[in-house]
Write a protein that binds this ligand. Structure first.
Ligand code: COI
Length: 358
């Protein structure tokens, strides 16, 4: 294909590369790393542009001990998925949106960024060359993880002199061990995920390690994940460690406004568009935590998570439970989005730049 041929492939597909599927237990995929055969890498200097990428076998990367990413966290990641259709073709879901978001993050973290074309070609190339790792339809997806990092050495606090853009992939099933069962979410009051003027609105790697402690605490008490409140008023909903959050009340769907502390999720944006197309009123605004009590439904969105119903939220030792109905707004949005991602419903909002087909 065009995407794969624009990449330099350095080694031949492995011996069993002709098999349609890798030797995997496709019925029991979780969200653990099971690296696909190939990864994509390209580098560039501080003021240069990224060279032509190369595909090589998945393996360790060599970094200077003083690499910017290791010392000062100068790094971004993305997440997108490839789906296998019944006819064997692969589909990507709006990878150009991830490319655009990486550009915003690169600007925030003073990094050069691959062009949108190069990003999308890399993602397509990784999907195609690892096709045998794309699960059978209905069993999961190939999660594709682009990384952009300051790989050159620095000692004083400054942008790194060299950058690496890398894309690897792993087949995945459901993100949460609960599978598709409703999540139990814990509202964290001690820790915050992001603060005004920080990097919470971009996919900086530095947004993730700081929430591990809160997640560990919540998981040890049986919760699925943690919902954070704003760090100024400690009153307004922000997001969950791994996903955005939505509330449904009658015909109105609300989600925290992405005004700097909220990650601009590709799934978040897609769900907002679908909901509006389906006649719901969607509000992006500040949502006081008290509103959770009156919500009809609550759900989370994210690339890894998908559209996941929330069954309960616990705040200050009080637990609010949500009735999970078969015909819910959450279910309607979930099935429409899944239909688009798997090619059953036409993606009218696919980037005009290029098709979603890998
Ligand atoms: C994604 O949804 O792709 C993410 O990056 C979340 C991550 C915690 C798995």
């Amino acid at each position: 294909s065009q995407a794969a041929s624009s990449l330099q492939q350095v080694s031949k597909p492995c011996a069993d590369g002709e098999n349609e599927y890798a030797n995997m237990d496709w019925d029991n995929l979780g969200f653990g790393i099971m690296p696909a055969d190939y990864m994509y890498t390209t580098k560039c200097s501080k003021d240069g542009s990224f060279e032509q990428g190369r595909l090589s076998r998945y393996g360790n990367v060599e970094l200077s001990p003083s690499a910017g990413v290791l010392n000062y966290g100068q790094g971004l990641y993305e997440g997108t998925k490839a789906y296998r259709k019944e006819d064997g073709r692969l589909l990507l879901f709006r990878p150009d949106q991830n490319a655009i978001r990486m550009r915003m993050g690169a600007d925030r973290l003073c990094m050069p960024c691959p062009s949108i074309d190069q990003f999308v070609d890399a993602v397509k190339g990784v999907a195609l060359v690892n096709k045998r790792w794309v699960p059978p339809p209905g069993k999961g997806t190939l999660y594709i993880r682009p990384l952009l990092m300051g790989s050159g050495p620095v000692l004083g606090l400054a942008p790194a002199p060299e950058y690496t853009f890398l894309v690897y992939a792993s087949p995945v099933g459901n993100y949460f061990k609960e599978g598709l069962a409703p999540l139990s979410v814990y509202i964290e009051e001690e820790f915050h995920r992001a603060s005004r003027g920080g990097a919470g609105g971009v996919k900086s790697i530095t947004n993730y390690a700081p929430v591990l402690k809160a997640i560990a605490r919540a998981k040890s008490r049986g919760f699925s994940d943690v919902l954070y409140l704003d760090s100024v008023n400690k009153k307004y909903l922000e997001e969950v460690s791994s996903c955005n959050i939505f509330l449904v009340k009658d015909n109105v769907i609300s989600t925290p406004a992405a005004d700097g502390t909220i990650l601009q999720g590709v799934t978040r944006r897609s769900v907002i568009e679908i909901a509006r197309d389906h006649g719901y009123q969607v509000e992006e605004r500040a949502i006081p935590v008290d509103e959770l009590v009156d919500a009809d439904e609550v759900f989370c969105t994210g690339t890894a998570v998908g559209v996941a119903p929330v069954g309960s939220i616990t705040y200050q030792n009080r637990r609010v439970e949500y009735k999970i109905r078969a015909e819910s707004v959450t279910q309607e949005l979930y099935s429409t989005l899944e239909g688009i991602k798997t090619g059953l419903i036409e993606d009218k909002k696919a980037g005009s730049l290029r098709s979603n087909r890998a």
